[in-house]
Design a protein around this ligand. Structure first.
Ligand code: ATP
Length: 266
């Protein structure tokens, strides 16, 4: 059976407006990915070369996947995504073919984005029993990346929490040659994320500024978890409760510890 059948192609439905804060970063990415696609002749005329591929790096739960999806949505690109480790586990014995099929498929459904999540898994773990497969998958991937012509409608995006573990060959010019750090949210970004999440809940008397101020060090995913748990708590106390209150948030915050290790921050 072809590994291709396992590839899910989607047109995601995440808009820039669904992602709180990060305005500079959104602009940078639009310049790097959206503009060259939309205005390719202007870019060619002025001799501006878009990056071959973009690597988003930074701590977990800070919207790297959302950003990749928003780029696809806002530019109407088909979205193919694969997690690094899946290239080895899902298609045992045919990992190289899986890589080839992925790029073939992406060209067939172009304009498209291939999003590699957990990219550090590729080319990592050298020297283990799996070394051979890793070498071969990496080699195949490099071949495919070198065959991608910028502006030719397949865009490469990758994400990792551990840029230090990435194989250097992947980062050479013409491959993933644009690195963008996606940080933990600052106050303004936390405020926007919290307000986005609250807008989808029934709440009363919530001081979102105070919540943003008291969640320093939280990732976006942790802010999402905080809202989720506050709502669960409100329900636990009273299934008929009409709205989540500041009191519920206070209670959850008492025991909530952000978990991003210092080592993953720049
Ligand atoms: P990982 O490295 O673990 O794959 P990631 O950086 O790709 O994480 P996402 O999967 O994009 O993170 O985000 C996880 C969840 O956190 C999202 O589904 C969303 O609910 C929330 N989130 C994170 N950042 C934001 C943000 N800026 N605005 C709104 N929601 C956010």
């Amino acid at each position: 059976p072809s590994a291709m059948r396992e590839l899910l192609i989607e047109v995601p439905n995440i808009r820039w407006a669904d992602i709180g804060g990060l305005d500079d970063l959104k602009l940078k990415l639009r310049q790097a990915v959206e503009w060259p696609l939309k205005h390719s002749s202007s870019f060619r005329r002025l001799g501006v070369k878009p990056p071959a591929g973009v690597l988003l790096y930074g701590p977990p739960g800070c919207s790297k996947t959302m950003i990749a999806k928003a780029l696809a949505t806002e530019s109407s690109l088909n979205f193919l995504s694969i997690k690094g480790p899946e290239l080895f586990s899902k298609f045992v014995g045919e990992s190289e073919r899986a890589v080839r099929d992925l790029f073939t498929k992406a060209r067939q459904v172009a304009p498209s984005i291939i999003f590699f999540d957990e990219m550090d898994a590729i080319g990592g773990e050298r020297g283990s029993g799996e070394a051979n497969v890793h070498e071969r998958v990496l080699a195949q991937l490099l071949t495919e990346l070198d065959g991608v012509v910028p502006l030719k409608s397949v865009t490469i995006l990758a994400a990792t929490n551990r840029p230090d573990r990435m194989d250097r060959a992947l980062l050479r010019p013409g491959r993933l040659d644009r690195l963008i750090y996606v940080p933990l949210p600052d106050f303004e970004t936390r405020l926007q994320i919290i307000e986005l999440k609250l807008s989808k809940m029934s709440v009363s008397d919530i001081n979102s500024h105070s919540l943003a101020a008291r969640t320093e060090g939280f990732s976006g995913a942790e802010l999402q978890a905080l809202c989720h748990e506050a709502a669960l708590q409100a329900l636990e106390k009273d299934l008929d409760c009409a709205a989540v209150s500041m009191y519920n948030f206070e209670n959850v915050l008492k025991d909530f510890m952000p978990r991003t290790p210092q080592s993953l921050l720049k």
